[in-house]
Design a protein around this ligand. Structure first.
Ligand code: NAD
Ligand code: AKB
Length: 317
């Protein structure tokens, strides 16, 4: 691969693991991490402080390092965005335009931009939600993702910008802390289970949502970017599915490994957000177009999360 890869939002949940995978596949001299916050954790590559809203600095980093691919992860997620809708719209949209416009100028060859199941709304078919269906999102986050998808397609069709996208479900990993999403309960629950053997959930016990292990999501992300152009037939964003579960089902899995674990429920506005999203996703188009398949199911995920987080809590005791 020619040129360097820039990850914007590298300190977040996806960025932390994505940088490690990119370094594993291409070497640390190929990857540049960047975030508005200072670097944390295990990532061993060049780090550039960057506010994605600062277009001049983005341009400077891209030209100075010879960046040819950008993974744009900086955004406000659903729960945080509802508390600050105007800023969420600005960050989620202007950040995307700043990257797309550099690609339009020919400085960047390929862009990855994540969408979300949040593009769907209460009128969307809930079970096995198809690739193409009704999309009337009711959150500012979902509105920004749906608009972003259409802008990606527009830049591809009008200007030939090679931008690729996945509608991630809720992602669950152990390498970083949750970042303001509605599905993040399914990350936090593991920390609370290990520390307090108890978790108070802000979603209803029967709220079923599509989820995925972070390792699978990161593989899908790099895999879609490695595809030849002709395999990418959807230029809005691809549906992607792992498995679906409710808080009660996740609690039951955790109880198999931590028998004293208890879950309580105290619903808040995030339950309404979750209620507007699908229960499960049909990702057959991604499977057919570029061979996507997931590896990890719910019981494997529970084992991975507890096995990797336990040492952290044992060493803190
Ligand atoms: P996160 O909140 O954990 O990470 C976002 C990172 O962006 C943070 O490190 C933050 O410091 C950084 N950031 C914020 N503002 C910035 C700015 N102005 N300039 C540069 N960096 C900035 O989010 P995440 O879970 O890693 O999600 C990354 C992307 O994937 C987002 O676009 C999100 O919408 C999308 N997504 C995530 C999930 C999920 O379950 N995690 C699901 C669907 C879609
Ligand atoms: C969120 O809950 O906001 C994210 C998402 C599904 O986009 N995890």
């Amino acid at each position: 691969m020619t040129g360097k890869i820039l990850v914007v939002g590298s300190n977040g949940q996806i960025g932390t693991e994505l940088c490690l995978e990119l370094i594993r596949r291409y070497g640390s001299d190929k990857v540049i991490a960047s975030d508005i916050r200072e670097i944390e954790g295990e990532v061993s590559c060049v780090f550039e402080p960057l506010d994605i809203l600062d277009q001049d600095r983005l341009r400077m980093i891209v030209t100075e390092h010879g960046v040819k691919q950008v993974y744009l992860l900086a955004a406000l997620l659903s729960a945080t965005a509802e508390r600050n809708p105007e800023f969420a719209w600005r960050l989620n949209m202007d950040g995307l335009f700043n990257v797309l416009n550099l690609a339009k100028e020919g400085l960047i060859d390929r862009v990855f931009w994540p969408s979300s199941i949040a593009v769907f709304g209460p009128n969307t078919p809930k079970e096995n939600t198809p690739q193409d269906t009704i999309m009337q999102p009711t959150t500012v986050y979902g509105i920004s993702k749906q608009a972003g998808e259409n802008w990606c397609q527009y830049y591809f069709e009008k200007f030939g910008v090679d931008v690729r996208s996945i509608r991630y479900p809720g992602l669950i990993g152990y390498k970083s802390l949750p970042g303001g999403g509605t599905t993040d309960y399914a990350v936090d629950i593991f920390y609370q289970a290990l520390e307090h053997q108890e978790y108070t959930c802000f979603l209803d016990e029967k709220m079923k949502l599509p989820m995925m292990y972070m390792g699978d999501a990161v593989n899908a992300t790099v895999d879609i970017m490695e595809q030849p152009k002709e395999n990418i037939k959807v230029r809005t964003s691809y549906n992607l599915a792992g498995f679906s579960f409710t808080p009660a089902e996740l609690a039951k899995e955790i109880k198999h490994l931590i028998p004293e674990f208890k879950i309580n429920y105290d619903l808040d506005y995030r339950n309404d957000i979750a209620n507007s999203w699908p229960d499960s996703i049909d990702d057959s188009v991604a499977r057919n177009d570029w061979g996507w398949k997931n590896e990890v199911d719910l019981s494997k995920l529970t084992e991975i999360m507890l096995a990797n987080l336990s040492p952290k809590f044992n060493s803190e005791k």
